[in-house]
Design a protein around this ligand. Structure first.
Ligand SMILES: *Cc1c(COP(=O)(O)O)cnc(C)c1O
Length: 463
């Protein structure tokens, strides 16, 4: 080791000296000691590798310690800015909540609540009743309950209704939804037996009927028909499947339940906003489906939840099933779900107040106006362009929405820009399209603008 390195190593301040720095008079000693050790270790490594050739001043080291402390105090689950344009981005937490839902969470979280207590009767009650009336009113179903997410809703429905029996599913619906929800695996977990019918592209009513009547040595006897919304992919072209009405009539004829995993669970028709082809929960109820399950945090725009609506006899079986306790929804999600569902009592209010619907139904004019405002603040480093985006969360896969975005102009690669925007105190997640870094304004709100502006100005290589 050279003399110079030895000299430098000897000059490294002691941990105790730094702990006494006036800047840290009121800092927690344990956290401060850890941060200081880390900074001094980095300093020693830098000297040994000859990357550091001067010992920084005590103030400079203190400032490095303060940075390490600030980073370690940052929560692991933090706010990010979604500039991808994907409204229901599962990796970014799916649906942002309506203000009313956030207020309901706060009210419930700060104190006690009647979660499982009937105030008029002065005795124990069930959390299942809290949103049941709202759900039956909004969907036309006779009964409803809520669990922790749609994956558990499907598992509970199959376990309670079809355990040790055959569940008949079209081969075109044996899908995998993002995050490893696979229909055949869920069926296996429920203890029911998967009976595949039809082909990938065509399944006829007669295929279901044949499976119901099958009496071979593999058959456990029919337990249910299952229809799965294929959510994130489409089969188009030479295809056939029975309508829900036809399936439900066949199920009824054989006294079997028809279960539908609807995935996204759209609560109101969105045709007047230009969103077509998304089945609503009420349509499935009307078609005679016996049990319908869907997510709370996809198109519904609420908290994570698995909603089950359907006939009383089946919902009653699920409420008393042991799995229901293992999958029960937490009170904060329930509070947010109730508040979100209340907004649906007036569809216009729902579209205005629920961020998911509001972003989905945003007009082109408003999107371009928003993009112009953002580009203005980033001027002259941004250009407005027309782009396309997706709903995400397995909702409406066939639709590419026209949207507006800003390109960030800088003299570096799109990858370098992407990394820079992602690495700030509030990460900004954008998209790379045709070798340019873009922020899609559909999923941005005005509060995000100052953060984006500040992050751009922290970039030294802008042209
Ligand atoms: C998203 C989805 C699920 C899983 O729902 P979670 O609420 O994420 O558990 C199940 N089935 C379908 C068809 C889906 O689209």
């Amino acid at each position: 080791m050279s003399d110079n390195i030895n000299t430098l190593l000897r000059q490294i301040p002691k941990v105790d000296e730094l702990l006494a720095h006036p800047q840290f008079a009121s800092t927690n000693k344990a956290l401060l000691t850890n941060a200081t050790r880390q900074v001094l270790t980095d300093l020693r490594t830098g000297i040994l590798q000859s990357k550091i050739t001067n010992i920084p001043s005590a103030d400079e080291i203190a400032s490095d310690v303060a940075t390490v402390l600030a980073i370690s105090n940052r929560p692991n689950l933090q706010r990010v800015i979604n500039g991808t344009g994907i409204i229901l981005h599962t990796n970014l937490g799916r649906a942002p909540l309506a203000k009313a839902a956030v207020d309901a969470i706060t009210n419930t979280a700060l104190g006690y609540s009647n979660l499982e207590y009937s105030v008029p009767e002065g005795k124990r009650s069930s959390r299942h009743v809290i949103v049941e009336d709202l759900l039956t009113k909004l969907t036309g179903a006779k009964a409803a309950m809520v669990v922790n997410n749609n994956a558990s809703a499907v598992l509970l429905a199959l376990s309670a209704v079809a355990k040790n029996k055959d569940v008949i599913v079209s081969r075109g619906e044996l899908v995998e939804i993002g995050g490893s929800f696979r229909v055949p695996d869920v069926l296996a977990q429920s203890g029911s037996q998967l009976v595949e019918v039809g082909t990938t592209n065509k399944t006829h009513l007669a295929d279901y009927e044949k499976a119901i009547l099958a009496n071979d040595r593999y058959s456990l006897g029919p337990g249910a028909l299952l229809r799965v919304h294929t959510s994130n992919f489409i089969i188009s072209g030479f295809t056939t499947k029975p309508t829900l009405e036809e399936l439900s009539a066949l199920a009824a004829e054989h006294s079997l339940p028809l279960i539908e995993d609807l995935g996204s669970g759209c609560m109101i028709p969105l045709g007047e906003y230009g969103i077509h082809g998304q089945p609503t929960v009420a349509e499935s109820v009307k078609a005679g489906v016996d049990v319908i399950t869907f997510s709370g945090d996809k198109l519904l725009g609420g908290p994570q939840a698995g909603i089950i609506v359907g006939r009383k006899e089946y919902i009653a079986k699920m409420k008393s099933h042991p799995l229901a306790r293992a999958m029960r929804i937490d009170k904060l999600c329930l509070a947010a779900l109730e508040a979100t569902l209340r907004l649906y009592l007036d569809p216009k209010t729902a579209v205005r107040e629920i961020p998911t619907l509001q972003m989905l139904c945003e007009t082109q004019d408003n999107l371009f106006e928003k993009a112009e405002r953002l580009a203005d603040k980033l001027s002259p480093h941004a250009t407005v362009i027309a782009e396309t985006s997706q709903a995400g969360g397995g909702a409406i896969p066939e639709e590419n929405f026209s949207t507006a975005a800003v390109i960030i102009n800088a003299d570096v690669s799109a990858q370098a820009l992407e990394k820079h925007f992602r690495s700030g105190p509030i990460p900004i997640i954008g998209r790379i399209s045709k070798d340019r870094f873009i922020l899609d304004v559909r999923t941005l709100c005005d509060d995000d603008f100052p953060v984006i502006v500040s992050r751009l100005s922290a970039f030294s290589q802008i042209v």
